[in-house]
Design a protein around this ligand. Structure first.
Ligand SMILES: Cc1ncc(COP(=O)(O)O)c(C=O)c1O
Length: 395
């Protein structure tokens, strides 16, 4: 069979740049010890890579204090630290219906088990939340606003700066989930009025799985919700308060940090803007191709100005899992069908009743040929579906 066409970059980026594989391999063979635990050379050198990457990642978000960049295992991990460390029983939080379960579920747990109140701001028919809807929900006990920077289902980039402005005016901490956006679009926490940003390393930052983190702006505090080893000041009975130890627990995923380091370097070399332009050009091409196919429904794709390279669609009448299976088995095209861990998006679109939809996620290594093949595949699948459907109706 032809080589796999990977259009599931919303789930994780694949392949990674060659530099990521080679850097990780070399790093782990030569420096794979536990950083920050001892004073021998190798340990110090490993620690240096961690601290350099911490600084690179903080700079990436325009964070001023690298120590406030804490590494976690992915964004789910970071989001749990944020949500559980910023809210307690009796507090109120505001979020949106665009969120991934890594925000929805920790919030729901707090609602169910600790009595935290939550308001969900819906998105409009173009896929954007209206910033003006946030202050309408502000209350005395609102302690956190948390919003998905770019939707993993419909790809829309949310008006973070404007939402953040309202939060700033009221002194309410504002966190964003940058799982999909980090590595695709610039994120400047000062310009965007953001207090906390959560990221994952394995998507558009082009690192491996198992590494992520958060940046916590000066003046914002997150309580410890875990405790453990930090490698320093071992005699202290409670978990350390100072960053980054405050939100780092146990041995870091140093191999993951190495991969993230190489991914960041690759992005820096290529240029974020160039990568985004390439991906959005292919997104437009794929959208235009799909638009021409009779019986294909596209979601929130009319205007892709404020969009990352994610497309959601269905072949009308065909279960999305079947569309994805045809793409996989007959055309060797990888994509993702279903609810994409974001059930409220599908509830709002009404696609929850038809088992969700099909998502294409375009990455830096996709090509025009990949898009042409995907469009042709969908033309054939929809024609086949129409023929079979017509024959079945005649029986
Ligand atoms: C918007 C969004 N948030 C959070 C996550 C969770 O990422 P991870 O599984 O790396 O923790 C994802 C992953 O799909 C996502 O798309």
């Amino acid at each position: 069979m032809d080589k796999l066409i990977f259009l599931d970059n919303g789930a994780t980026s694949f392949p990674k740049p060659e530099e990521v594989y080679t850097f990780m391999d070399n790093f782990y063979r030569n420096y794979g010890v536990n950083p920050g635990r001892s004073g021998y050379d190798l340990c110090m050198e490993t620690g240096e890579l961690v601290e350099t990457t911490r600084k690179m990642m903080a700079d990436f978000f325009n964070g001023k204090d690298p120590n406030r960049l804490c590494f976690t295992y992915n964004s789910t991990d970071a989001l749990n630290l944020i949500i559980n460390g910023m809210l307690k029983g009796g507090d109120h939080a505001i979020t949106t219906t665009l969120e991934h379960n890594s925000v929805l579920r920790p919030l729901y747990h707090l609602y169910k088990y600790n009595g935290v109140e939550i308001d969900y701001i819906p998105f409009n028919d173009k896929g954007f939340v209206d910033p003006d809807n946030f202050p309408k929900k502000f209350k005395k006990n609102t302690k956190l606003v948390i919003v998905n920077n770019a939707s993993n289902v419909i790809g829309t980039i949310q008006p973070i700066k404007e939402i953040g402005k309202y939060c700033r005016e009221r002194g309410i901490p504002f966190a964003i989930d940058a799982s999909q956006s980090a590595g695709k679009i610039p994120i400047n926490i000062d310009e965007m009025n953001v207090d906390v940003v959560a990221f994952t390393g394995h998507k558009s930052l082009l690192g491996p799985t198992g590494i992520g983190g958060l940046y916590v702006k000066e003046g914002i505090e997150i309580r410890h919700t875990r405790a453990g080893g930090t490698g320093v000041r071992s005699a202290v009975r409670t978990h350390l308060d100072e960053y980054p130890y405050r939100l780092e627990y146990g041995t870091l995923n140093v191999l993951g940090v190495a991969g993230l380091h190489a991914g960041l370097k690759w992005i820096e070399k290529k240029g974020l803007d160039k990568i985004h332009k390439h991906e959005i050009r292919l997104t437009a091409k794929l959208r235009d191709g799909l638009k021409e196919i009779e019986g294909v429904s596209l979601y929130c794709l009319d205007d892709i100005t404020d969009h990352i390279s994610i497309l959601l669609f269905n072949i009308d009448g065909l279960d999305p899992i079947n569309t994805a299976t045809f793409l996989d088995v007959d055309y060797n095209i990888a994509c993702r069908s279903g609810l994409h861990c974001a059930p409220l998006v599908h509830e709002q679109l009404g696609t929850d009743k038809i088992h969700g939809a099909v998502r294409f996620g375009i990455g830096p290594f996709n090509t025009d040929n990949h898009i042409n093949t995907a469009v042709n595949a969908l033309i054939e699948i929809s024609q086949l579906y129409k023929r079979v459907h017509k024959n079945n109706n005649c029986e």
